[in-house]
Design a protein around this ligand. Structure first.
Ligand SMILES: Nc1ncnc2c1ncn2[C@@H]1O[C@H](COP(=O)(O)OP(=O)(O)OP(=O)(O)O)[C@@H](O)[C@H]1O
Ligand SMILES: [Mg+2]
Length: 549
């Protein structure tokens, strides 16, 4: 038993999985805190979700005492501790038996069992740090403890991960922490795809943040797709840390995809086209084959109308052409001519070799981002699906892949997945449903989980809930997730970087309060080690530049 163990109180009521304990005077118990209850040889773990003062006063006494207080006078309460005390309400989340076995609560503690603070040994028994994807520390209130929380990547990723918070809640930081874990895992175990439209991932975006390029593992594990390079090459990323100059040499690929590689399905799955417009895309595909997009883009609407046998209304042709033009953008990413490189092939290759593929497209419009997301996800999923069916032995050796989807509600909302009363699948809903079989997972990042289609929330078994103060959002997540009952008050009160995590595939079957690692801290720790420095407060890193070699 730990020496600093704090006696918090005594159980005064038990009902089902709910317990109420009298809080010792002078002790601070916080909402969300994990506590333990010793009952003989069994130990219960509970999460505090609320508070309720108990007062055994008569109405006349309340009137007398409050009146004296209003007048600013001292109000004597006779037998105070016997008639008035604070209680905390908690839910039982786990039970540790005599043999140290931890499982869901099957019993409940007896009245007057003692409630105590958790020590490191108790936390270790909860098996919160048995995985290889380290995400943060167990938290008590706003304070991080010394116990780590990690996910079991190969089990959690194929069952998908939902990351949600309001803006500025810490989603991108969590994404970087995830990417760092993937980069440092043994080669070939995992791969991750990130499409970054804010340029936050590569170098951190501004001098006060760090990016994936700062990590020691970037040279061997990062595959950087960017318009800043025009050929397949390695870029040199140089930066200073505590007076030392460091260089990473990172594999880079130009961000370019030829029109001839795009398929009508890629456009349809963005959800931007109406059924008649989709029919037109298919008609063009059947009529013109590989040249369908070129013809749609470059041929005059009147001519198309006649060429396609007058089977499509002129207005549909005009609107579809306009949408295609907007989606393909200024032709810098999606190119009309054949490209010298084959991004899709290289990207799938990088995924198969266990890289973090970072696609940096800061100037992308929402439509372009959607198209690229669909193109990438479809090709990677198709590859894994085909490999499993046609070369199962090779497929087994492939890394488990996680596809990160920012603004996931755009693809997975009720309105995106339903059209005229029928369900309309896209690659993300397909992966959500069937990806597990192929070891393809989604990491859905959203500010608006309330918009997500309910089956999607249920299918994302690992949930990382960062600050989420709006009711439609947190109540939807709570409603469709196990282990989150009674967590609403805490979710509302989280600060940035603080989370509640549930991950049944990782064995985390209750809402664990976590302080997510600051990405910069992880990388600074790594840099200190790389440079052989003692742990000292680190000075800011300054980005010096990017050079191709
Ligand atoms: N766990 C953490 N520890 C310390 N700082 C953090 C943590 N999480 C986030 N931050 C900081 O909070 C700020 C906002 O975080 P971040 O950009 O990750 O939020 P976000 O949810 O992605 O926001 P947006 O919705 O705008 O994309 C950043 O400066 C980030 O460094
Ligand atoms: Mg963000």
């Amino acid at each position: 038993m730990g020496v600093h163990l704090l006696r918090l109180g005594v159980i005064v009521w038990v009902e089902g999985l709910s317990v109420k304990f009298r809080v010792n005077e002078g002790v601070k118990v916080e909402r969300g805190q994990l506590v333990k209850i010793e009952d003989g040889s069994t130990r219960f773990i509970a999460r505090v979700y609320g508070f309720k003062p108990e007062a055994l006063f008569t109405p006349a006494e309340i009137a007398r005492i409050s009146h004296r207080k209003v007048l600013g006078e001292r109000a004597e309460i006779f037998d105070g501790p016997l008639r008035y005390y604070d209680t905390a309400l908690a839910t039982l989340v786990a039970q540790v038996d005599e043999d140290g076995e931890c499982h869901g609560p099957t019993g409940s503690p007896r009245l007057f069992s003692v409630v105590e603070d958790l020590d490191e040994e108790d936390l270790a028994q909860l098996s919160l740090d048995v995985g290889d994807i380290e995400v943060g520390w167990v938290r008590v209130g706003h304070r991080a403890t010394g116990s780590k929380v990690s996910l079991v990547g190969f089990k959690a990723f194929p069952h998908h991960v939902l990351v949600c918070s309001i803006t500025g809640g810490g989603k991108t930081n969590f994404g970087k922490v995830l990417a760092w874990n993937v980069m440092k895992a043994p080669e070939g175990r995992y791969s991750l795809i990130i499409i970054d439209t804010e340029s936050e991932y590569f170098d951190g975006g501004d001098p006060s943040h760090m990016g994936l390029a700062h990590s020691l593992h970037a040279s061997s594990r990062l595959f950087y797709v960017t318009s800043k390079v025009s050929t397949v090459c390695r870029v040199e990323f140089r930066f200073r840390y505590n007076g030392h100059e460091l260089t990473r040499s990172i594999a880079a690929h130009p961000l370019e995809i030829s029109w001839s590689q795009l398929h009508p399905e890629d456009f349809c799955q963005t959800g931007e086209f109406t059924p008649p417009q989709e029919s037109l895309l298919w008609l063009a595909w059947n009529w013109y084959g590989d040249k369908w997009l070129q013809r749609m883009m470059e041929v005059d609407p009147e001519w198309l109308y006649r060429d396609l046998g007058k089977r499509v209304q002129k207005v549909t042709i005009a609107v579809t052409k306009r949408k295609l033009r907007r989606m393909l953008g200024d032709r810098s990413v999606f190119k009309p001519n054949n490209c010298d490189t084959d991004l899709i092939k290289s990207l799938v290759n990088a995924v198969a070799r266990g890289k973090v593929v970072l696609i940096d497209m800061p100037s992308a419009s929402e439509e372009q981002e959607k198209l690229l997301n669909v193109v990438v996800a479809r090709r990677v999923f198709a590859y894994y699906e085909a490999m499993r069916k046609e070369a199962p032995e090779e497929w087994e050796k492939l890394p488990t892949v996680l596809i990160m989807v920012e603004e996931a509600h755009r693809y997975l909302s009720k309105s995106a997945l339903h059209e005229g009363g029928s369900r309309r699948e896209n690659v993300f809903s397909t992966i959500s449903k069937r990806g597990r079989k192929y070891r393809v997972g989604l990491c859905c990042i959203t500010q608006m989980p309330g918009e997500l289609d309910e089956p999607i929330i249920r299918q994302q078994l690992t949930k990382v809930i960062l600050p989420l103060p709006t009711k439609p959002d947190y109540s939807k997540v709570i409603q469709y997730s196990p282990y989150l009952e009674r967590a609403a008050q805490e979710i509302k009160a989280l600060d940035r970087g603080e989370a509640l995590i549930v991950s049944p595939p990782s064995g985390i079957k209750f809402a664990v309060p976590v302080k997510i690692h600051a990405y910069e801290d992880l990388v600074k720790g790594e840099l200190e080690e790389e440079l052989g420095l003692r742990k000292t407060p680190s000075r800011l890193v300054s980005f010096m530049g990017l050079r191709t070699t």
